[in-house]
Structure formats: C-alpha cells, structure tokens
Write a protein that binds this ligand. Sequence first.
Ligand SMILES: NC(=O)c1ccc[n+]([C@@H]2O[C@H](COP(=O)([O-])OP(=O)(O)OC[C@H]3O[C@@H](n4cnc5c(N)ncnc54)[C@H](O)[C@@H]3O)[C@@H](O)[C@H]2O)c1
Length: 274
Amino acid sequence: MENGRLQGKVALITGGAGGQGRVEAELFAREGGAVLVTDIDAAGGEAVCAAVRAAGGRAQFQRHDVCDPAGWQACVAAAQAAFGGLDVLINNAGTISRHGIATIPLDSWNRTLEVNLTGVMLGMQICAPAMRARGGGSIVNVSSIAGMGAHYDAAYCASKWAVRGLTKTAAIEFVDWGIRVNSIHPGQIVETSFFRDGAPGHAESARRAIPMQRQGTPLECAYLALFLASDEASFITGAEIAIDGGFTAGAAIWMRSRMRDELAAAERAGAAAG
Ligand SMILES: NC(=O)c1ccc[n+]([C@@H]2O[C@H](COP(=O)([O-])OP(=O)(O)OC[C@H]3O[C@@H](n4cnc5c(N)ncnc54)[C@H](O)[C@@H]3O)[C@@H](O)[C@H]2O)c1
C-alpha cells in the first residue's frame, strides 16, 4: 500500500491488459482501490489481475469490448458484485488506424471512432448511474495530444478531438450527480503497443520534437489519472491536461529556437572557415 489515495473506492479501467491501463491498475490497487480491469485481451488482463492480487491488492478481470453496450452493463454488475459499487471510470482503451484521409478504408475509420469515441460515450452513459448511486465519482477519459492538434492518423485524430469535447459535455451533464469528468492528453508514451508499433524512425523523430527531449512513461500517466480519480481533485471537472513534456505548450517555437541556434553556429563556422 502506498498512501491510500483510493482507499474505499472501486475503479473500472478499460484496456487494462497492457500499456498505461496495466500500470494504472497496479497503482490504483497499491493506493487502496479495488480494480475491475477490462480488455479484449483476456490473457493479458487475467495476468495483470493475478499480479495485483499476488501483491496484496484487489482486482478482477472482465473480458469486454468497449463497443458492446451489454458488456458495459455486465462490467458494472461485476464491479457491484465483487466490490460493492463503482466510483471511478478510466476510459483508457484505444486503437489506432495509421492512415490519412486519402487512404483510410471506411471500415477502419468506423472501427476507430467506434472504439475511441463511442466506447467512451457508452462507458459514461452506463457507468454514471452506478456512480451516482454511490454519491458521485470521477471519470477520466484518455484522449491524446492528437486531440489538441493535427495528426497524420485521421480517424485517431478525429476520435481524440471528439473525446475532448464529449468530456466537457459530460462534466456539465453529470455535475449535479457529483461526478467529475476530465480528459488527459498523453504525448508519446513508452512501453505501450502504440509506441512499439510506430513506423521506423517515428520514436526518435518524435523524441527530438519534445521540449523535455524524452517520451513519457505509463507510470507518469497513471499518477495523473490517480490524482484526477482521487478526492484530491475534488474541484476539477471539465479540464483537459496534457502530459507531453511540453509538446503542446510550444514544440514549434522550441524547435525554431534550436534551428536558429544551429543556423547561427553554421554561419559562425562558415565565417571562420573562409
Ligand atoms: N502510447 C501512446 O503514445 C499514447 C499517446 C496518446 C494517447 N494514448 C492513448 O492511451 C490509451 C491507452 O493506450 P496505451 O498507450 O496504453 O496502448 P496499448 O495498446 O498498450 O493499450 C491499449 C489497450 O486497449 C485495449 N483495447 C483495444 N481495443 C479495445 C476494445 N475495443 N475494447 C477493450 N479494450 C481494447 C488493448 O487490448 C490494449 O490492452 C489509448 O486510449 C491511447 O489512444 C496513447
């Protein structure tokens, strides 16, 4: 147990079989929360829950595709049966289709929007009444920096912008139910399938564009989700928080100043040479 920041709370984490969701499940359990881990990857999800339990935490796995409304009902029922209710929803599951507008097949477009956007909406729609029954709670929707600017992957970008807007709608709709709703916007995060499956050169070029000059870690994202899930964030709703090493704050101006320094150095070298 760390500091008991989720003591007495029950959290449902989608996409918890790997990447950020796995680390969130582990951290939330160490902070005293009970965790319902869901994913389409049953073997991975069961392994995460077994590891949490072996470390003394409380976790249960439920296989679930976030696009399935009946499955959402089953998840809420499972959280209530295993842990007595539901206080926190981390809408973390996500997928990506690596196409621009010119090439994306319609089924890839639809599937990406279905998982990344409709899945988030269904989660809020079906979990919020259960959270209301407990006097309120916290929902964290995992968007991306692709929800704050352009991105080469068209459907992914559209879905993550939509999650950002939907989060604000939810924050207002559920305020009277005592439910806070916020979005987080990771930049590039290591130890995830998104990171591993990137095109050659993608990770290094992305790293060079980040003012902090490094990628983020799942644990850094988990600590942000933990804060928003906990009562420490009791006055925060409808907010969007980038976790990106300064990328959205000003990667363009930061890269321009580096370019300026490189050009000045090249000019000095040229003048010295001749
Ligand atoms: N890794 C990054 O660089 C990065 C950056 C910005 C945002 N994100 C977002 O972070 C979230 C977590 O992704 P990650 O980085 O941990 O990647 P990840 O691929 O390692 O984890 C995503 C998990 O979601 C699960 N999943 C996929 N489709 C699902 C579905 N239909 N139903 C249920 N589960 C499903 C996968 O099985 C996987 O376990 C995603 O929403 C992603 O868009 C990731």
